[in-house]
Design a binder for this molecule. Structure first.
Ligand SMILES: [Zn+2]
Ligand SMILES: [Zn+2]
Length: 251
């Protein structure tokens, strides 16, 4: 199973696209998890060697624009889509479409598959689970398993029981780490207000969950990747990475 990081930044980052990743494996259909913040999705996918037109299966973790905005690119590409999202999330996507492109007709094969917390379903050959986490709007963390390997993605969440459950024994835990505590009080308080973990907290969750590897994404413009890496490494016993856009991890 391979994970390509399409966007690893938080909103307003000047050199990282916002959150999106593509999960691929032999015999499975590519699975897009979150869509970056807009039309850069097409560029990020293309740079990674996956033209936008190859995407069919999409999971959107929550309605925030930095995760859902690329749905507009997918809609405008006028292709069949199977979109897995909470009702609240898909309502946000529908309202964005209605507000921004009211004249555009959706492709007739765009389907919304409603997600409820605790759901487990097969998507394109992957076993996928949706776990409730704690954020400013209803949000689902994602676990994707294939041939005994699991990648878990926090979505956006404060440290909570759900986040530990989502990361449980994951071969790779991808966590929305905005900053390190050593980036200072202003950064830490902003991260807390926005309901995300710091690097120390992401590492503690990884330890509690027994995750094997941690990848820190959703990097804020006020977060230092070097500080995040070093702080997480001092707490978490497994391997830590702070991937850049376009990086690919195999598990
Ligand atoms: Zn969010
Ligand atoms: Zn976000």
């Amino acid at each position: 199973m391979e994970i390509t990081f399409l966007g690893t930044g938080a909103p307003l980052h000047v050199s990282r696209a916002t959150t999106g990743m593509l999960v691929t494996a032999d015999g499975c259909a590519p699975l897009l998890i979150d869509t970056c913040g807009g039309f850069e999705l097409a560029r990020s996918l293309n740079s990674a060697g996956f033209p936008l037109a190859q995407v069919r299966n999409v999971i959107v973790t929550h309605r925030h624009f930095d995760h859902s905005g690329g749905m507009m690119a997918l809609f405008l590409a006028n292709m069949p889509l199977d979109v897995h999202a909470l009702e609240d999330t898909y309502t946000g996507i529908r309202e964005m479409k209605a507000g921004c492109f009211p004249e555009w007709k959706l492709h007739p094969d765009v389907r919304h598959h409603s997600v409820h917390f605790g759901d487990a379903r097969e998507i394109g050959g992957f076993a996928v689970e949706f776990v409730q986490v704690a954020h400013r709007v209803p949000t689902a963390a994602i676990r994707v398993t294939h041939r005994g390997r699991t990648v878990a993605f926090s979505a956006d969440s404060l440290p909570c029981e759900g986040l530990v459950a989502a990361a449980r024994n994951a071969d790779l835990f991808i966590c929305d780490t905005m900053c390190a505590e050593r980036d200072g009080d202003v950064a830490r308080n902003r991260t807390r207000d926005l309901m995300h973990p710091t690097a120390k907290e992401a590492a503690e969750i990884s330890n509690q969950a027994g995750a094997h590897r941690l990848a820190c994404v959703h990097i804020a413009r006020f977060g230092s990747p070097q500080n995040i890496l070093e702080e997480a490494q001092t707490v978490f016993q497994g391997r830590v990475d702070v991937p850049n856009d376009g990086d690919r991890h195999s598990i």
